[in-house]
Write a protein that binds this ligand. Structure first.
Ligand SMILES: [Zn+2]
Length: 273
């Protein structure tokens, strides 16, 4: 089964031993060229959103057609002096390829609702672009989990009702709290990346992790609005094509095409290159 998909959450790290290890673990190589060569070649991957990491001056360069990026604020020392980078951040938001800003609470020890990022949120509202927030489990032992709890997004959603907020990774494993935030805030959306990490066989996973899948389905149904969910991989965490089989299992047949492609384009307001 070859499903077409848009990958709304992927990473192209530059010189990262961590990313190299993740890629090696799934039998891939951590580079943008490898990703395009591997996943676009049979026409199933139609585009995606690169979640930025590292130096903000280096992000958003050489983004291929049908791909976009969120400017990632993941360097502690840069975030500590965020006001100094305000003009540079605004310049990114003026570009069509830049569809939002990604913040990394947990990796960065700042609560997303602390007021620290308020000037950024106002800027996003002004440019009608998306705030993407890392929520849930951290991929490394460094960092502090409390900052990454999905409940913090409730404050932002209420204080900025016209801001579109993407809760990356569905707050996993804080699923019930994530669902509570989503149920009452229609301006909060989910990318379903990062729910699995490492190599897996989709069919086997579906059987062995039946309870996990039921739990995810339960909270998705509780929210009751499948237009607010979108596909993403967190590549190089998993092989993208196999991950589509897992995500498709969570939704009714009629919604799958929207989950895999259209919802992301609507949520990130992407018109196409
Ligand atoms: Zn990610």
């Amino acid at each position: 089964m070859n499903l077409k998909y848009f990958d709304a959450h992927l990473h192209w790290f530059i010189n990262s031993a961590f990313a190299d290890r993740l890629a090696e673990n799934i039998g891939d190589r951590s580079s943008g060229e490898y990703y395009i060569d591997t996943y676009c070649k049979d026409g199933t991957l139609v585009g995606g959103i690169i979640m930025g990491n590292g130096d903000i001056h280096q992000q958003g360069i050489n983004i291929p057609d049908n791909f976009y990026y969120c400017l990632g604020l993941d360097l502690k020392e840069r975030v500590a002096q965020i006001d100094d980078y305000f003009d540079c951040i605004e310049e990114h938001l003026m570009r069509e390829k830049c569809v939002g800003i990604k913040i990394y609470p947990g990796y960065i020890p700042i609560y997303p609702n602390s007021g620290y990022y308020d000037s950024i949120y106002k800027l996003l509202v002004r440019y009608n672009k998306v705030l993407s927030v890392h929520t849930g489990m951290l991929a490394s032992l460094s960092g502090k989990l409390k900052y990454a709890h999905p409940l913090h997004l409730d404050d932002i959603a209420i204080d900025y009702p016209s801001l579109r907020i993407v809760m990356c990774h569905f707050g996993n494993p804080f699923l019930s709290e994530a669902a509570a935030v989503l149920e009452r805030n229609k301006n909060v959306y989910v990318d379903l990346s990062g729910l699995i990490e490492g190599p897996f066989d989709a069919q086997k996973f579906m059987i062995e992790e039946k309870n996990y899948i039921e739990l995810l389905k339960t909270w998705i149904q509780y929210i009751g609005d499948n237009q607010r969910f979108m596909f993403g991989t967190d590549w190089p965490a998993v092989k993208c094509d196999i991950y589509t089989e897992f995500i498709s299992e969570l939704f009714p047949e009629n919604d799958i095409e929207n989950i895999l492609i259209n919802n992301a384009l609507n949520i990130y307001n992407i018109k196409g290159d």
